[in-house]
Design a protein around this ligand. Sequence first.
Ligand SMILES: Cc1cc2nc3c(=O)[nH]c(=O)nc-3n(C[C@H](O)[C@H](O)[C@H](O)COP(=O)(O)O)c2cc1C
Length: 183
Amino acid sequence: MKVLAISGSPRKQGNTETLMARMTEILEQRGGEVELVRLNDFPLQGCQACKYCRTKGDACVLDDPISELLTKLKQADRIIIGAPNYMGTVSAQLKILLDRMFSLKDSSRTPRLAPGKKAVLIFSQGNANQEAYADYYGSVQKIIESNNIEVNDTIIACGVEAPGAVAEKIEIMEQAEQAAASL
Ligand SMILES: Cc1cc2nc3c(=O)[nH]c(=O)nc-3n(C[C@H](O)[C@H](O)[C@H](O)COP(=O)(O)O)c2cc1C
């Protein structure tokens, strides 16, 4: 089982990655082959709106690490995508990947990813109100699901500011453990 964990946080030991690390630890114990990708390590180039992927080729025209990551998505069985909330939305690092996922559909908007992939989404926010950004997180989930990726669970770490503060939130950590176990 190939597990691709994609972090949209620039903080290596931040809240997104603390939850992700707990999940990948469990998945590794179950024999999963885990790869962690930090979007912040990439030179981040957004979608160029050239429509090459929809009209001429079957993949993004850009030759860069995001295109490589999109290929890895095709090979992954289980996917974890996480990001901090910045200004009410996901971090720019993850937003660029979401835009570039445009290339994962063909000219008739049929997903290029084979069905059968399962995912967990992780969102981390300073706001203690779990519902504060629920609509926005729901729209991110729709983007992921429209690409043939079934979202099993969405974990929202609320009221966490300092890097790794989520480790003290036993309920959220347990939620991540359960999400990993059922992935
Ligand atoms: C530039 C910036 C913008 C932020 N905007 C919000 C926001 O609009 N709402 C919120 O609840 N938290 C906001 N936060 C707080 C982060 O979402 C929070 O600290 C989160 O736990 C960081 O996740 P990480 O540790 O994985 O990087 C912001 C943080 C930064 C650095």
